[in-house]
Each structure stands twice: as C-alpha cells, then as structure tokens.
Design a protein around this ligand. Sequence first.
Ligand SMILES: Cc1ncc(COP(=O)(O)O)c(C=O)c1O
Length: 395
Amino acid sequence: MTDWQELDSKYYMQTIVRIPVTLVKGEGVRVWDDKDKEYLDFVGGLAVNCLGHCHPVVVDAVTEQVHTLMQTSLWYYTVPMLRLAELLVKNSCLDRVFICNSGLEANEGAVKLARRYGHLKLNGAYEVITTINSFHGRSLAMTAASGQSKMHEPYIPLPVGFVNVVNNDIEAIKAATTDKTCAVMLEPIQAEGGVNVADDDYLKKVRDWCDQKGILLILDEVQTGIGRLGTLFGYQLYGIEPDIMTLAKGLGGGMPVGALLAKEKAAVFTLGDHNATFGGNPVTSAAAYATLKYVIDHDVVGNAAKTGQYLIAKLKDLQKKYSFVTDVRGRGLLLAMEFSSDIGQDILNACLENGMLVNRLKPNAIRLIPPLIITNSDVDEALAILDKSLSSISS
Ligand SMILES: Cc1ncc(COP(=O)(O)O)c(C=O)c1O
C-alpha cells in the first residue's frame, strides 16, 4: 500500500504540520481514512462543508456543469455566475457581486475596491484599519491586513496601507482614523485568531463611526457567512449593514469559490479595474448556486442556530465537569473550547483516536466548526467523544 505520508514528506512543500491521517472519503458529517477508520467531522474542511461532505445537490450541480461548460474566462457572459450573483444580491443587503476563487482573493478585491473609492471620493485616502488577531488570508497584502505579528515577521517588508488596532475597542479605531483612511475591515467574529466574540454593540459603533467619517465598512465574512453564526450573514446577527462584504468557505459547499459584494455606492470599479482568469468559473459558481439555494430553501441557517445552541450548552456542561476547561465561546456553529494549559494538541489527538476531527485553534484551545446540517444526535455523539477525550487527558 502506498505510504502517502512518505510521499508528502518527499514531494510536497512543507508549510503545515499535518495531522497524521490520510482522508480518502467523506459523506455527510463523516470522513474515512485510508485504513477505513471512520471519523465524525467537526472541522468540515475548515468551516467549508456547510452541507457536509459530497452533498447530492452539490455533486449533481458540479456533475451537470462539468459535462456542459467548465471554463470560459470573464470575457463572456455565463449562466451559473449570473444566477449566483442574483441569488446573493436578493438575499443580502449588497447590490453587486464579483465571483472569485478564495477568501484571500475576495479580500484583496475588497481592499482594491476600498482604495479605488478612496482615490475617487476621499482625496486619495488608501489606508485600511484592521484589528489585532484578525485573519484575512495569506497573500502579502492580506498578511499585512491580518493583525498577527507572527504572520508578518517572515515576510517583512510588507505592503503598506494597513493599520492594525486592538479588537473590540471603538476608541482604538477612532484614534487610528486619519484623512488617509478609506475603510475599516473586520470579521464579525475573529475566527482563526481565536473565535474572539466582540461586544454585541461593537459593530454598530464601528458602523456609526464609518458613517460619521464617510469611510467604508468592509466585513470579511469568509468564515462567518453562509449560515455559520446561525444567521445567513454575520452582519444580520449584529443588526448592521456593511458597504463591502467578502465570502468564500461555505459558499461553494466544498468547491473553491469566493465572492466580493458591495453596495451600489461602493461598487466603484470601472471597466478594466479588476479581473481573474478563473473568476466566475461555471463549475464552482454552479456549486455555489446549488449550495446557497439549498441553504436558503431548507432553513440550514435555522438548523445551525438550533444545533449551535444545543452544542454550546453541552460544551458548557463539560466546562463544569473539567476544571481545566476555562472557556467555551462562539456563536452558531463557530465555537471554541479553551484550556488552562497548552493541551489543544493532546485533545485533538485523543479525539482523533476516539474517532472525531476537531481543529486546534491555539496551543490552548480547540475549535468546532462542523457542517451546518448536523443533528442533535451528531452533537450527542461528538460530546461523548469529547468527554472521553477530556477525561483521558485529565486522568
Ligand atoms: C475570516 C477569513 N478571511 C479570509 C480567510 C482566507 O481565506 P482563504 O483561505 O480561502 O484564502 C480565512 C481563512 O481561514 C478567514 O477565516
């Protein structure tokens, strides 16, 4: 039998400490490795597989589209991207859409759009305020945008034009705003940076400040969008509307697709300003249309809200049981469990052994980001595995 992990060490760029499992198959909330061991998947392709693995509506949409038209470039009108754009606009507060391929690409587009707005309407303002511990992607510009010094150091000098300020602190944003500022860019909940939930009125205060100063509010909803927080988009949870929003992850139901959306007033790109070879790709757009339509028509968002509440309540029970669990936090199905010491990897390993995938969020925390279609019975099964894994660490 081929040793796939040996092939990885020989041929693949070593950029990440992989978990020693080779996954070969997925269905619903379960995946299997090459030794046929089954796992309950509470990572879901890193908050991507909102409908679980290989959902039939996504598989059918992709299958039909690959037999019809796979790639054209944006020089031509194609049907899937236009149906997707219409569906996104009709179900959000934004007016215009650009379909791309990933979260970072959507965010790059958002920052370009904000700078264009700054050039046209704000006397050349170009700076974007972001927050410490945010994560916006791995291009050089998004590395600079992400407020994490460990990401910055290996790549100095970074592109200019980003100011990272303390999260959940409106005064920090106010203090950083100058006549060079064109936008504030935030995740509704900082996801990769620790599942950091800001105060309920923080986004509202930021919105008000942006309005007062005439600058744009960009919401990076790459992780929080498409139902993850128990609302279709994170901004709905906080009762505000962004000027620009980015999506990826859950949008394609497992296929790589991102979207940049803007209100009419902020959609200032003119002909020739932005493009991408694979932008609006028919196959990934068809997958995204099918995913989003299913999410909307089958109240997947309501399920995420309900099972999320059930899951967080059960996690809080575990917190009472194990004194080394110091915090349980999040919204919807973006949840984290934090520990008093750096046992995140040990918990991950124990869960793996016991048949469940979890994500190590930080040395002392794990993240649970399961498919949004999970049932209470999946949650019960996950809780039993977590309980067993936590008890093996504590004993
Ligand atoms: C909030 C947020 N923005 C951007 C990204 C980057 O997306 P991608 O990995 O698709 O480039 C991520 C990825 O985790 C994310 O969570």
